[in-house]
Design a protein around this ligand. Structure first.
Ligand SMILES: Cc1cc2nc3c(=O)[nH]c(=O)nc-3n(C[C@H](O)[C@H](O)[C@H](O)COP(=O)(O)O)c2cc1C
Length: 358
């Protein structure tokens, strides 16, 4: 299968689904309640329109941004996603190669299948954040964070919408799990089959904002909290002193009963912007236009997860480079149509709802 002629992320998804077996397909692409939450993320984005602003000199436009002093080719990164080994033989090393080549931020999942040390070696110049979950005991989380910091990551993403699992959540069967090893989990958690069965190890439903405050003292690196969907939780997160907030409904995988990310984002963005901390988002982003909509509402960066899986399945790191190249040129096109030369210039005037402003 050649992806040379592909022009959209949808084509990657369709091609990947054809290649994968049923179980892996449902693990990567399905969600509770017939995937209603997943679909809502994409559908809600299609209901937001851009407002063109033509006859502006946009000949020098660029999608580059700077984050934590590092230049990135675009405000789109690789969101944390478990088990890249199910997509291609090199697993996360293929992902790391693409991150390095495409100059994008890579958030490595705690449930990744290649050692962080090797990922770092493969992508020596890449901005790498490690995604972590609250483990069953805080002292384990603490020594874990300290160990990860020594591996040369640039920051942490603390996923907070992970305190329990819906029975309808996509998962893998026993046989499948027994083939998976998770080298970036703390000792005793690496064996997926054993750890996934011992609920008290993989999930912790007792953590609070006080726990988040303490976690921040275990590292000198920035911590972004992921899984914020309400203005109340955004305010609470800001009070803890985190470096940033990541608005996400986990791609609709946890439940189908939450709003689409773009809808939640509208109410959260003004609060976070006023605080001056970083603002990230993900959920259903598939085009340059989708990216621009989130940026217009205040996102510093957005992330993709399922499109990364699709690209890796179709053509490994080269597939992922092509996906980033497609997103970059689609974002450039949308910037051109809306009259922007740089990402810093993007503002709410490019949203159709605000057209009376211009
Ligand atoms: C197969 C799969 C595995 C995921 N694993 C993780 C994970 O390990 N940690 C995490 O914080 N989010 C995880 N996510 C959620 C993604 O980071 C992201 O929030 C979500 O998929 C939304 O983006 P998308 O619509 O581009 O997929 C996972 C998502 C998928 C589809």
């Amino acid at each position: 299968m050649s992806d040379k002629t592909f022009t959209s992320l949808k084509q990657y998804e369709e091609a990947a689904k054809e290649k994968l077996d049923d179980l892996t397909n449902s693990y990567f692409y399905k969600g509770p309640n017939s995937s209603a939450g997943l679909k809502r993320n994409e559908e809600a984005l299609q209901k937001v329109f851009l407002c063109p602003n033509i006859c502006v000199d946009v000949s020098k436009r660029s999608t580059q941004i700077t984050l934590l002093g590092k230049e990135l080719s675009m405000p789109v990164g690789i969101g944390p996603c478990a088990l890249h080994s199910l997509t291609n033989k090199d697993g996360e090393l293929a992902t790391a190669r693409a991150a390095e080549y495409s100059k994008v931020l890579y958030v490595v999942s705690q449930y990744s299948t290649q050692p962080l040390r090797d990922i770092r070696k493969t992508a020596p110049n890449t901005l790498i954040f490690m995604q972590i979950n609250m483990l069953s005991e805080e002292f384990i989380t603490r020594s874990y964070i300290e160990g990860i910091e020594r591996e040369g990551v640039n920051g942490f993403v603390l996923t907070l919408d992970h305190n329990s699992f819906s029975p309808d959540r996509p998962t893998l069967n026993e046989e499948f799990r027994s083939t998976v090893y998770l080298p970036n989990m703390p000792e005793g958690f690496c064996d997926y089959a054993k750890a996934a069965n011992s609920v008290n190890k993989w999930t912790n439903d007792s953590y609070t904002w006080e726990s988040v405050k303490r976690i921040m003292t275990y590292t000198t690196l920035p911590i972004i909290v992921k899984g914020i969907l309400s203005p109340k939780n955004a305010r609470e997160a800001i009070k803890t002193g985190v470096a940033g907030i990541w608005v996400s409904n986990h791609g609709g995988r946890n439940s189908s009963d939450y709003p689409a990310t773009i809808d939640a984002f509208r109410s959260i963005a003004p609060i976070v912007k006023a605080s001056g901390i970083l603002l990230f988002a993900d959920g259903g982003i598939r085009t340059g236009g989708d990216i621009l909509k989130f940026l217009a509402l205040g996102a510093k960066m957005v992330f993709i997860a399922k499109p990364v899986i699709s690209a890796l399945v179709v053509n490994g790191s080269e597939g992922l480079n092509s996906v980033f190249s497609l997103l970059k040129s689609d974002l450039e096109t949308n910037m051109a149509m809306c009259g922007y030369n740089s990402i810093d210039e993007v503002d709410q005037n490019c949203l159709w709802d605000n057209r009376s402003n211009i």
